[in-house]
Write a protein that binds this ligand. Sequence first.
Ligand SMILES: [Fe+2]
Length: 222
Amino acid sequence: MKRREFVCQAGLGTIALAVACRAPVRGALDSGGATDTQNPPRSMVDAGQNRPIEDGGNPREVDGGGTRCSRTEPDIEGPYYREGIPVRSNLNIHGDVGEPLTFAGTVTDLACVPIANAVVELWQANPQGDYDTSSSEKRYYGQVATDAEGAFSFTTLMPGRYLNGPTYRPAHLHLKVWVGNERKLTTQIYFDDDPYNESDAWYDAARSVAVNQGLATYRFTV
Ligand SMILES: [Fe+2]
C-alpha cells in the first residue's frame, strides 16, 4: 500500500482526510504515523470568520505598497531532526503527563498571502526534556500540510527544558517549513516568560509566543 493511501484509510475525520490526502508528504511515513486526528484547533484559530490568524510575535507592516510580512528568521536545526517524520497533527498520544499545548498558525509569503499545501514539520522534547532520538515511534515528531488558508495546527504537550552544557535551554519547538520540495525555513519557537529565554544563545523575542488557555499561534513567513 502506498504511503498516502495508508494515511487516507486511517480512519481520519472528514477535514483531516482532505488535508492528509492531499498533503505533499516529506520522507517516509512509518506505520506508527497513522494516528493523526485533525482536531478542532482550526476553528479555534479563525473562529470561522475568515479573519487573519493572530501572528504571535511576528510583525506585519502595512504601508502604501500593501501589507508586508517579515520573513521568519531561521534558527539552528539542532542535533535531533529525523528524516521521515510521521504525518500527524496530534503528538500527545503517549499518555504523558504535561501541559496541553495547541500550536497553530499560518504559512504565508512576504506579501502575507497564505501558502496552501506547505508542509510544516515539528519536533520537540517531551515534557521531561528528552527527545526521541531512536524509536520508530518518533515521539513528539509530526508533520502536517497547510490548508487552503495556509493554516496548520498541532496538539501536543509543552516541551520540557533540557541541559545544554551547564545551563537549561528554554522550552522550544523545532520546525521546518517546506513549499513543494524546497526547504524554506528551519527555525525554533520559544515561549514568552520562560526564565531561561534571556540566557539562551538562540532565543529571539520575534519568535516567542504567548500561550493563552493552551493555545499559541504563529505566522511563518517564508
Ligand atoms: Fe531542542
